[in-house]
Design a protein around this ligand. Structure first.
Ligand code: GMT
Length: 375
């Protein structure tokens, strides 16, 4: 198949899932065309059947706001026509689904049929989507997609609660390539971050308010009264400065390491003991799944789709949002002995295998075939 994938090329989960999906599809022989405004961060090399089409916007003095959606629409028309695509798969409802709808109509007027599938990732529905200024466009473009998927049941239900949805939403969970997460131990790197063999507690996110990173710091403070540990924070975003200042002001500020955005988190996860993701809302929690694929158990909350990924008491623990005492208590349980930690690590890895690309990819391929046939 020749598939156009539209995505946000940044460090956000939706962009990562879309890029990894395209890479995996290309390995199975499909021709993949990524369409977005810059090369996706996880798109390290372009292979023979991977193409990247940059949506370039020029600044006209007349525009206070450059109309990205129109430029993207024209690009979609161009790529579908000249690359003879069979299908468009757009990740994130706005403006990707509405641009795809417009492109579909333009192409239809030229006698070209192209179906498009919209995958909802979470923030497009639960945060941005809640804004009334987007609601009619989101409702319309979801209902007019040829097929719609959501990354968890929780997100599917949220979408149905927040919008008047007439379209069926299929749940296809996020995935990871388990094989890629199996690295040999890197003692040298571990020694650098935890010179006295302290536990390594890791958090990865885009440092937005919804991630509740202050809770990460609070939980860490509680557990370090009982065990020796180091906290590693990966990622960047609006909350980073505040959190960095908070950690620098601590008595033992050498316990906190900020690594910024990393193209790959596999190396740091490989030497981590426990991962913490205390989010207020998370439609799936791809960062948690990546940790589990590296055999790292997760301390998280019962919000959104997280309980569909982490089994409470097995691959990690789930607490109420903001209940830092419970999260700390659970983290200490995991770290209570080498045997317990080992057991949680094994269970986390076992659970991650349920979301292996080998299992999830065929669900997308099946949907692509069904959608093309129905168009
Ligand atoms: O989590 C973020 O802030 C990024 C966001 C995105 O849209 O890229 O992530 C969302 O999509 C991910 C991939 O499907 C999910 O794993 C995240 O749970 C989801 N984030 C939220 O729902 C807050």
């Amino acid at each position: 198949m020749k598939i156009g994938i539209v995505l946000y090329p940044t460090f956000g989960g939706s962009g990562i899932v879309a890029t990894e999906l395209g890479k995996a599809l290309s390995r199975k022989g499909h021709e993949i065309h990524f369409i977005t405004y810059s090369q996706p961060v996880r798109l390290d090399k372009l292979r023979e059947n991977i193409f990247f089409h940059e949506v370039r916007i020029s600044d006209y003095p007349l525009f206070d706001y450059t109309p990205y959606e129109q430029v993207l629409t024209s690009k979609l028309v161009d790529v579908v026509k000249y690359e003879k695509l069979d299908l468009l798969h757009v990740h994130y409802a706005i403006p990707h689904a509405s641009a795809a709808f417009m492109a579909q109509k333009i192409l239809e007027s030229q006698g070209i049929k192209i179906p498009f599938i919209t995958t909802l990732h979470g923030t497009d529905i639960t945060l941005v989507g809640k804004d009334p200024s987007f609601e009619p466009v989101i409702t319309f473009s979801i209902n007019h997609s040829n097929a719609v998927t959501a990354v968890s049941n929780s997100l599917k239900n949220d979408t149905k609660d927040l919008f008047k949805i007439t379209k069926d939403i299929e749940v296809i969970p996020n995935f990871i390539c388990v094989k890629e997460y199996q690295l040999p131990n890197n003692e040298k790197y571990k020694k650098r971050l935890s010179p006295n063999n302290e536990f390594i507690i890791t958090h990865v996110s885009n440092f937005r308010k919804v991630k509740r990173i202050e809770d990460v710091v609070k939980v860490f403070e509680i557990i370090t009264k009982k065990v020796s540990a180091k906290l590693v924070l990966v990622g960047d975003g609006p909350e980073r400065n505040k959190i960095e200042r908070l950690c620098r002001a601590k008595l033992d500020n050498s316990a906190y390491t900020f690594l910024g955005n990393l193209k790959s988190t596999i190396e740091i996860l490989n030497i981590s003991d426990v991962f913490i993701l205390p989010s207020e809302k998370e439609s799936f929690g791809l960062a948690a799944l990546e940790a589990m694929a590296s055999s790292v158990p997760v301390i998280s909350t019962c919000s959104g789709g997280i309980p569909e990924v982490i089994e409470d008491g097995k691959s990690g623990y789930l607490s109420k949002i903001g209940d830092v005492d419970d999260m700390a208590k659970n983290m200490l349980k995991i770290l209570s002995s080498n045997e317990t930690l080992k057991m949680f690590k094994e269970k986390a890895f076992e659970r991650a295998k349920d979301f292996d690309i080998e299992t999830v990819l065929p669900l997308y391929e099946e949907l692509y075939n069904k959608t093309i046939k129905a168009t």
